[in-house]
Design a protein around this ligand. Structure first.
Ligand SMILES: [Zn+2]
Length: 390
């Protein structure tokens, strides 16, 4: 497996272009489409299918359990928001009908992996219902299509490896082939050594006690390291977004949309650019300054495809650059013998840390720029070190 790209509302053209022209799309183990935008993203489905990249649909049922999630385009035929307590009371037959409603749009796009409904688990007693939904999904699935369960939960719930082991055994017993873990809150540039260390132990418990393919969902930087060290089979992120997971934050934003003075919802965030070498995303304006600064630009070269001709290319097409960077990363990992991967990843992170520190020195006097965080990177290096020694 490898990297799964989550296609945001306006990412479709970039993803289509990329998949259509990428010489080796094999680094992409999936294109994840939102159930909300399936119609708009029809062409992505077509291109991904033509290039042999698996199609996966994010069912979004966890988001639909709260109000405010524009549901007009979701084709489930269910009353929204979903009421989890009444869903828990459904009998076996009704539960299966509910699962069929969630699978229906996936059958329509002929998804390669079937994803059942899931709800966020704030407490351990919310997990068994999710396990039952996974079981019902396996029963309603089509032969030959692997089934994926999504386990989205408060990270601390699962931080004890024994608990994680029991949870993962329960999921494995349902007959699913894949489990996507979304640990909340996790990700970003400010994660402590304790949190990263505990996340790695949790992933190790899953790996050692099941044969499931494990996907670390909504994780960019941490996903890369977990993949490179063999703790997970794949990781997913959006294109410059959904690189971290914070369920409560998502629900808060959906129930409290930002409005401007006229009451219209405020859109979008500024496009960020992945700085090669630093493996950090910075605002486009800052990236452009760095790409023209002779003191650092030599350490920020991408060198893949269209970025080969110019150091500044990543800022001109940030989406394409991010996609080929992730594909390149996955290919690099896959090319190396398994026994060397942790060492190479540690060295890559140490190099990135050096580049970030140099960039931060240069940005010190720049009032528009804030320093690039380094804590998560340092924590990842600390978590990988013992893997190399053992
Ligand atoms: Zn590039």
């Amino acid at each position: 497996m490898g990297f799964e790209t989550r296609v945001g509302y306006s990412d479709n053209v970039a993803v289509e272009d990329f998949l259509a022209t990428e010489s080796d799309p094999g680094a992409f183990s999936g294109v994840v489409l939102s159930a909300k935008h399936l119609k708009r993203h029809e062409n992505v489905v077509e291109t991904a299918r033509a290039r042999g990249v698996p199609i996966i649909v994010d069912t979004l049922t966890d988001r639909l359990a709260a109000p405010g999630f524009g549901s007009g385009t979701i084709d489930y035929g269910l009353d929204l928001p979903l009421d989890v307590d009444s869903l828990k009371r459904l009998n076996e037959q009704e539960r299966r009908a509910f699962v069929r409603s969630i699978l229906y749009p996936q059958f329509r796009v002929d998804a390669d992996v079937l994803v059942g409904p899931h709800f966020y688990a704030e407490a351990l007693d919310e997990i068994p219902f999710n396990v039952e939904l996974a079981r019902a999904t396996v029963r309603e699935s089509r032969a030959g299509r692997p089934v994926r369960a999504i386990l989205a939960a408060r990270r601390q719930l699962l931080s004890d490896p024994n608990t994680m082991m029991k949870v993962v055994s329960a999921y494995a017993g349902t007959g699913i082939e894949q489990i996507e873990l979304r640990l909340s809150p996790l990700g970003g540039e400010d994660e402590t050594a304790g949190k990263i260390g505990s996340t790695f132990s949790l992933l190790r418990a899953v790996k050692e006690h099941s044969d499931l393919e494990v996907i670390l969902g909504h994780q960019g930087l941490i996903g890369e390291s977990a993949f490179a060290t063999g703790l997970v089979s794949a990781f997913s992120s959006g294109i410059g977004e959904q690189e971290r997971y914070d369920h409560k934050g998502l629900i808060y934003r959906q129930t409290h949309p930002r409005r401007d003075e006229d009451g219209k919802s405020k859109g979008g965030r500024t496009r960020r650019v992945l700085l090669p070498g630093a493996d950090a995303q910075v605002p486009k304006k800052i990236a452009e300054k760095l790409f023209t600064n002779p003191a650092i630009r030599g350490r920020l070269a991408c060198g893949i495809d269209s970025c080969r001709d110019s150091i500044g290319a990543p800022a001109q097409d940030a989406r394409k650059h991010l996609l080929h960077s992730r594909a390149g990363f996955v290919r690099d990992v896959q090319r190396r013998p398994v026994t060397m991967r942790a060492t190479v990843e540690r060295n890559r992170l140490a190099e990135a840390l050096g580049v970030r520190r140099s960039v931060n020195k240069l940005l010190e006097s720049d009032e528009e720029a804030s320093p690039i965080g380094t804590r998560t990177l340092e924590s990842l290096i600390g978590a990988i070190d013992p893997l190399i020694r053992s």
